[in-house]
Ligand binder design. Structure first.
Ligand code: FE2
Ligand code: FE2
Ligand code: FE2
Ligand code: FE2
Length: 419
């Protein structure tokens, strides 16, 4: 049983980590956010990253600079959900979503969120200034060469992908886009970026690479293969950026992932997991609902009871969690613990309907903790339940063979308020 305290070995070796393959896995989820909030086509982040890579390699920069620029491009709007959640400047309706990118806060929050990232080069200002315009008409009024180079290039890639439809690589569409880019020369875009774009856009492969069927492979080919040794603690810090994005996506669950991570840490201490297992359980907790980024806000934010159709849609989130995390090297057990949190020992859970024999100790722990966390957190439509009432809901589920009895009893011991 993975994570069983009796069996856990003392392993603290760092992970051989490729930030961009990690981000490519998670960017499928980030792209769902942009599709849902801004109504842009799928694969937006990948196309922005691909165009960025092509421009920046053409600009003669180093592999490390290309690598970082791709990472930043994949993450350029990481501050969007938090800016939207914390802003009162826009009315609460669907239109508000559409204007989320007009909030300058998403640039500042996005920049701040990435402080813990293991970038290889100096990247300050790249996210903060991705909405600057060459003529100084952007969010913070920087102009020309004062805009950091990566911000100029990511901003260019972002803007052209938002403005134009790259899904039709025919000649007429290519010419339309090339003309429009030329029309914004020295206004939104730097002359240098327009020239570089002309060069790369002259090749048919550029347009074909941007198609949904090929963008993944095309982007991977453009990213230099750079690996770093990172501690699991550092990977936990990076993972928290994504749990914040998830928590901020819905006003109803603002502290859910971070709260679950805290409780997972308490249980990991209680079970005396070795350091690596302790941190991996916390990473799994912080990313367990990453698949919710693929669920529309119309469902996540619905204050009333979900219809059966909406409920089935909501249930898909753990499928997406699995599909996202399983792509990350070294995350095999984290994927299981995170993606199994709605499975039940009797096979009545989802999305796979796994039974006891397929659910290891930490998967069972995550299932119990997720329910406990949800019940004890404040929701706009109900108060948080005190420990006693939460346990009164958990215990019968353990009695009925859905949850691990021993873990439910341990939760009662660890989280009971002092008498
Ligand atoms: Fe943006
Ligand atoms: Fe964008
Ligand atoms: Fe969940
Ligand atoms: Fe959850």
């Amino acid at each position: 049983m993975v994570g069983d305290p009796a069996l856990s070995a003392s392993r603290t070796a760092p992970l051989r980590f490729n930030l961009n393959s990690f981000l490519l896995a998670l960017s499928t989820m980030l792209d769902f956010v942009e599709s849902d909030l801004l109504g842009v086509a799928s694969n937006h982040g990948r196309r922005v990253a691909y165009i960025t890579a092509r421009l920046i390699e053409r600009a003669g920069l180093s592999d490390a600079e290309i690598f970082d620029a791709v990472a930043l491009a994949l993450l350029h709007d990481n501050g969007l959900t938090e800016a939207l959640l914390t802003s009162s400047a826009l009315p609460v309706n669907v239109e508000r979503m559409r204007h989320a990118e007009n909030l300058t806060a998403h640039c500042e929050i996005g920049e701040h969120n990435l402080a813990a990232f293991p970038f290889l080069t100096e990247v300050r200002g790249a996210i903060k200034h991705h909405h600057e315009q060459y003529d100084g008409q952007g969010f913070f009024g920087l102009a020309g060469e004062d805009i950091p180079l990566a911000a100029r290039i990511i901003g260019f890639a972002d803007y052209v992908d938002l403005l134009f439809d790259f899904s039709t690589p025919d000649q007429a569409n290519r010419e339309k886009i090339a003309d429009a880019v030329a029309g914004m020369r020295s206004q939104a875009f730097s002359p240098r970026n327009c020239d570089l774009f002309d060069e790369i856009a002259a090749k048919p492969a550029f347009w074909l690479d941007l198609q949904d069927d090929f963008i993944d492979q095309a982007l991977k080919e453009r990213v230099p293969d750079i690996w770093q040794e990172l501690s699991w603690d550092r990977i936990l810090e990076i993972s928290r950026v994504f749990s914040r994005i998830v928590d901020c996506k819905s006003q109803f669950t603002q502290r859910h992932s971070s709260g679950l991570e805290e409780k997972a840490a308490r249980m990991a201490e209680f079970y005396q997991f070795d350091h690596e297992t302790n941190i991996k359980v916390r990473i799994a907790a912080s990313l367990h609902d990453i698949g919710k980024l693929a669920i529309p806000n119309s469902i996540l934010d619905k204050p009333d009871r979900l219809t059966p159709f909406e409920f089935r849609k909501m249930q898909e989130h753990t499928y997406y969690t699995r599909r996202c995390l399983e792509r990350i090297e070294g995350f095999a057990d984290i994927t299981e613990w995170a993606a199994n949190h709605h499975e039940r020992l009797d096979g009545s859970g989802y999305p796979l309907g796994l039974t006891a024999g397929r659910l290891d100790f930490n998967s069972r722990l995550m299932a119990c903790l997720d329910i406990y966390q949800a019940l004890t957190e404040e929701r706009p439509y109900r108060r948080s339940l005190p420990h006693r009432e939460a346990m009164a809901i958990l215990r019968p589920q353990a009695e009925d063979g859905l949850l691990e009895k021993g873990i439910v009893a341990d939760l009662d011991q660890v989280f009971a308020p002092p008498a």
